[in-house]
Design a protein around this ligand. Sequence first.
Ligand code: SF4
Length: 381
Amino acid sequence: MSFSLYVHIPYCLVKCPYCDFNAYGGRSWPEERYVDALCAELRHAVAQPAWRAEPIETVYFGGGTPSLFAPASIERFLRLVAQLCPLAAQAEISLEADPASVSQDSLAGFGAGRVNRLSFGVQSFQSGLLKTLGRLHRSPDAQRAISWARQAGFANLNLDLMFGVPGQTLARLEADLEQVFACRPEHISIYNLSYEEGTPFFVWRQTGRLRPLDEELEVAMLELIQDRCSSHGYHQYEISNFARPGFASQHNRRYWTGHNYLGLGAGAHSFCREPGWGRRWSNEASPRTYMAKALSGGDARCFAEDLSHDQARTEFMFLSLRQLDGFAPETFAARFGLSLEAAFPQLHDLIDAGLLHHTAGRLKLTRRGLLIADTVFAAFA
Ligand code: SF4
């Protein structure tokens, strides 16, 4: 069965105080050794029956900040991918980029390699909010990076934005959205800031150094985002994702529709639909331990589990309902051998409460359900 490849690059120039990703700040990183480790892990993985000779549909370099690596390093790895696996000529190959860490040359280099989609971590065009978020770049850096990407021939750009940032107002969010639309990206991801345990933001909220926005304001922000994106021709196809026609992220779509994916790199996660109800595993999170393990045999896993029937059903609900077009109940019945209502009697309550609805033969979140999607998902756990 075909699969997607996720490649984790865990290095950043600084660690942002809200970030709970497996990312490490610093001014230097062992780039060559890390790419050697990725190559060793790839060789080992694609010799396993689940991945051997299977076509790769999409590749995604995430992080961390993959744009810190030289284009030649990314190209070296992609050459090995193409050598070892069938990789479609038009496969979507995305790379996350930080506006503070790119140059005209580096973007041209990524484009000359096989990367054909860039995802810029813009977050905001306003210096005050970027400062609050601890980001290194400022608005002109993002504008310049986007224009360099276009000059390098990239015809598929994503911009990441954030809302719910302390100090942000509806007017400031509106100004950010207008700037995004003026850049005419093909895709926009807009995330609600969350205060994750273990981050400085979590502590600063507890100690009163940061004051989160009111929930009502956040709801108004989400509604503003949905209305403005829609009136500028961006279709919301997932909770946080909007795209112009034909530009939904193929890589993420495949996650949400339960396709196989192989994660390489420190802390990367993988999923395979077989055996049984599916198996997932993850790698050592520490880059040092990851490299040591990957370079001595190729296997850097530290956790694996086979999903139970219950876990697989719950995961199906989370992933399917994230997408605005939901899913056909028959798909669920065919996969799990029982009806949706039999598996989840609480479904009726969620429909009665106006959080889910059946429309055009599919079960979907309502607009209200979308605003409190995490609460809806928790009902299936
Ligand atoms: S640049 Fe991105 S991955 Fe790196 S620390 Fe900041 S938010 Fe996390």
